[in-house]
Design a protein around this ligand. Structure first.
Ligand code: AHM
Ligand code: MG
Length: 330
């Protein structure tokens, strides 16, 4: 017997029915976002065709301006979300300041933060890329969103998710009630529930880090990675190394298969708290995993600026705890 088919829209509506006080605004916000990511997915699929279809240069065959994929994704999300009436402001990895909702549109009670196209250096070599998003409730008075509405710690997120444009397109998200994964059926254009209640294994068999920076690692990270390479079949070592260089892809593998992903300070951190680390940390914890800076829980980091960067280590509970024990060893 085949499993029942559940579209993402139906899943979100069912989740909303668990909250009788819900106005539907949050549900509608997610639906708008889903439309935007489907359009991005369509463009990603055509990415390699731009040259042979003669779409390069400033204008495409329709006389429209051709955008780079990351600018397209930025624009698509903004334009899908600016007029729904659910947001008070947005913030994007691609923009230096907060993005206001245009005056003529209704303002809402949520804040959307996003990384429109994560792993953009992988676009031209046909490797998985992604989109990451995070939703917070507005906390300041008045209609317009302010910086303080964006600078909230991750544990206050209302929802977080990502889309991976990989061998298939998947959307994974949480509203604090477990993690669900949906795979896009391109023939009908719908995300269908394919991964119910994702749980990360307590321990994995692989680690994921940019080894090229090993000379800049702190001592704890260096000793931990050496330890993972030691041969000890009883504890499953040596671990395998897996590194795509797209956070969404490396995170997705770690979420499903277990193991550990590390982006420590080398000597400075690279990943952004609000657009990358916090949303992924929310998802990881909801799936039973852990996300840390090495010394503290990612979801408890108080942001002080929009583009703040943090060391980010995430994955299976036992693996991340082991890492912390190396880093905090004196
Ligand atoms: P981007 O926002 O410019 O795409 O950079 C973020 C990406 C992450 O997806 C990935 O985890 C990391 O940068 C890889 O960095 P590195 O190339 O230093 O290993
Ligand atoms: Mg990114």
């Amino acid at each position: 017997m085949s499993a029942p088919i559940v579209t993402i829209q139906r899943h979100i509506a069912e989740e909303q029915s668990l909250h009788p006080e819900a106005t539907g605004s949050f549900t509608a916000l997610l639906w708008d976002l889903i439309l935007a990511v489907k359009m991005i997915a369509r463009e990603v699929r055509r990415a390699g065709l731009i040259d042979i279809l003669g779409l390069t240069g400033d204008q495409n065959v329709h006389g429209e301006q051709v955008q780079k994929l990351d600018e397209y994704a930025q624009d698509r999300i903004f334009k899908a979300m600016d007029h729904g009436g659910h947001l008070c402001c947005m913030a994007s990895e691609e923009r230096p300041e907060i993005i206001p909702i245009p005056k003529q549109f209704k303002h809402g009670k949520y804040v959307l933060m996003y990384d429109p196209l994560d792993g953009s250096s992988n676009i031209d070599v046909n490797i998985s890329i992604g989109t990451i998003f995070s939703v917070h409730r507005k906390v300041t008075p008045g209609e317009d969103g302010r910086l303080e509405d964006c600078l909230q710690p991750g544990h206050r997120q209302v929802a977080a998710g990502y889309v991976i444009y990989g061998s298939s397109v998947m959307l994974v998200y949480t509203t604090g009630n477990g993690v669900s994964g949906f795979t896009l059926d391109p023939t009908v254009g719908e995300f269908l529930l394919s991964h119910r209640n994702i749980r990360t294994p307590k321990r994995g068999k692989s680690y994921s880090i940019n080894e090229g920076y090993s000379r800049s690692w702190d001592e704890g990270t260096r000793k931990y990675v050496d330890y993972l390479k030691d041969k000890d079949p009883d504890t499953g070592r040596p671990y395998s190394l897996r590194y795509v260089g797209t956070l969404v892809a490396d995170f997705h593998r770690t979420l499903i298969n277990g193991g550990i992903f590390l982006y420590p300070a080398v000597p400075k951190p690279k990943l952004r708290l609000l657009y990358e680390a916090a949303p992924m940390a929310f998802i990881a914890e909801q799936a039973g995993g852990i996300a840390t800076t090495g010394t503290g829980r990612i979801l408890d980091v108080e942001p002080v600026e929009l583009h703040q960067k943090v060391p980010f280590i995430v994955g299976s509970e036992e693996d991340v705890r082991e890492y912390e024990s190396f880093v905090n060893r004196k």
